[in-house]
Structures are given as structure tokens and as C-alpha cells.
Design a binder for this molecule. Sequence first.
Ligand code: PEP
Length: 249
Amino acid sequence: MKQSVKMIAGNWKMHGLGASLVEVDELAASLAAEPTEHRVIICPPATLIERLSGKAAGSAVEIGGQDCHEQVSGAFTGSISAGMLVDAGAGLVIVGHSERREGFGETDALVAAKAEAALSAGLEPIVCVGESLAQREAGNAVSVVTAQVKASTPESGPGRRFAVAYEPIWAIGTGLTPTVEQIAEVHLAIRTALVERFGEFGGAVPILYGGSVKPSNAAEILSTPEVGGALVGGASLKAADFLGIIRAA
Ligand code: PEP
């Protein structure tokens, strides 16, 4: 399905102090001067969400978290619930990023539980999936990603807003990107898995691509069939780079 309104989401990861918010001022000012039809989302560290939501109020910039706990509240030192993200001003949340799947042992079942918690709190989850280099080289990229989509998207998703982001692990932060044929192949497999899981609703779930997206490759990637947006790491930290991607969409 061709989606004309793309989601361009920036994942700041563990980067950014208060001083970094000038980048959002620049982004918002540029979008005010020259509006875009696309959705522009920044997912800063949790410490900046509230300040960012103050700055972004009334602008075209939406705000997301980078992770949430699957429980509503409790004795989970250091964790943040979906409701807390909403309270701080977020409207979306990334769940299942490969850096959490690999670094924190997050399973598909946990990612699905986090996505459910996000939906229950009124957040729009962006559920990340993606194969490792070894899995791709073994010819298993499509089967790995298909299984992840089926097991980590929220069961109660139909009728609510959520997205999937295909992020091949070997392309994240490396400067490497799959060919457009490889992106198209996996995105089509994700679309098929979503339709098998959710019926007609699955045909409209946005599927973002993430992994070394930058202004110079954004137009080609974002015009690939079934690519409904981009999840951007490094190139989202500077307003000029992120704007280059938004303007290429
Ligand atoms: C990411 O971390 O989600 C990502 C896509 O990073 P980068 O754009 O830096 O590869």
C-alpha cells in the first residue's frame, strides 16, 4: 500500500542534554515556515520529554519515548511506564528496538506486552523488528522478521494506531543500508504478515524503514514500495540533517 503521509521519527537514543533542544527549535521553525504533509516525531531521552513537549506545543513536532515498561506501575527501579510517558507529554513510544532486544534480552513476548501497555495508556507504539547480519547471510532475513512481526505486534492492535519499523541490525549506525530490492522484499513480507495477523487493518499499518537513513539516501528509501516512513538515529540529532530527510520524503 502506498502511504502518502510518511512517519519520519528520530531516535536520539542516549544522546541529548537540555542544550540539544535548540535543534528542536530549529526543526519547529523550519516546519512552521515550510510545512510538511508528513508526521515528524522526535524520541529524545526520557529526561527531555517534558521540556521538549513544552517547546513543541503548537508545532508540527510530535514526541515519543524510546521504551516503556510493560506494567502500569510497581517496584521496577529505573523503569518508566507508558502512562508516565503520556504524563510527560509523549504521544508515541518505540518498543523492541534491537539495542534493547540484544542488550537487555527483550523477547518478542515482552515487546508485545510493552506495545499493549503503550496502547492501553493511549500511546502509539512503533514496534521494531530486524535481522542480524548472520541471519541475513544464512538467507533467513524474511523468516526471522516475519516471525518477529507475528509475535511482537500487539494482539489488540486493530482499530488502534501503531506502526512497525524494519531495522536490519547490521544497518543501524554502520552507514550500511540494504538495497532497495532488499528493503522492498522485507517490507512486503511484513505487510503480508500484518494482513495475516490483523486482516484488512494490517494493510494500513505504517511500516517504517530504519538503519543509516540520511538526507542523501532518504528519497530512494522512502519511495520504495511499502515504506511508510523512516526511523532515524544518528541523522536525527542535528535539525539540518533531519530536515534533509523530511524534505526528501
Ligand atoms: C536506530 O537506532 O533506530 C537507527 C536507525 O540508527 P541509525 O539511523 O543511526 O542507523
